[in-house]
Design a protein around this ligand. Structure first.
Ligand SMILES: [Zn+2]
Ligand SMILES: [Zn+2]
Length: 152
């Protein structure tokens, strides 16, 4: 078998089956908050800025959920906001990408093993995505010592 086949693998995450637990800013500060919980799961706490107003926002850590709680700020529908790490004030805006649905800026949260979650910064937009950055490498390792036939 000399011919190289291109293998495409899609990882499907069942909606609401995944809890985001080890989410951080790019400096490694944990964004999990034990004081505000969604159905027993620690929320993701972020500093939020809309024009000249700042407050906090707590996100439901279940991937695919859109529950959120605003604290000290009331965000109007369709507001395009900015998120910051509550600890180091780092902007969490993704400098490389914009929303595929509404072209607004995206925020990016870091997960273990260089994976990321990105989401739209426009209130009311539901776009978000889990990116397993090293998926190819990890799958490469999986197939490295084996032939594809042994899996079929
Ligand atoms: Zn930080
Ligand atoms: Zn959007």
């Amino acid at each position: 078998m000399a011919k190289k086949e291109k293998i495409q693998i899609e990882v499907e995450v069942t909606s609401k089956a995944l809890e985001v637990k080890h989410v951080t800013c790019s400096q490694g500060h944990s964004l999990s908050d034990d004081e505000v919980k969604f159905e027993g799961h620690p929320s993701i706490k972020l500093k939020v800025k809309n024009k000249n107003e700042t407050g906090f926002i707590y996100l439901d850590p279940i991937y695919g959920s859109y529950n959120k709680i605003e604290e000290g700020i009331t965000l109007p529908e369709n507001a395009v906001v900015e998120f910051f790490c509550p600890e180091c004030n780092e902007s969490l805006t993704d400098p490389h990408d914009t929303c595929q649905l509404c072209s607004s800026p995206l925020f990016v949260l870091h997960l273990p093993k260089h994976s990321i979650i990105e989401g739209c910064l426009k209130k009311g937009c539901i776009y978000h995505k889990l990116k397993i950055v090293n998926a190819e490498k990890q799958l490469g390792r999986l197939f490295e010592n084996d032939t594809l036939e042994s899996y079929l």
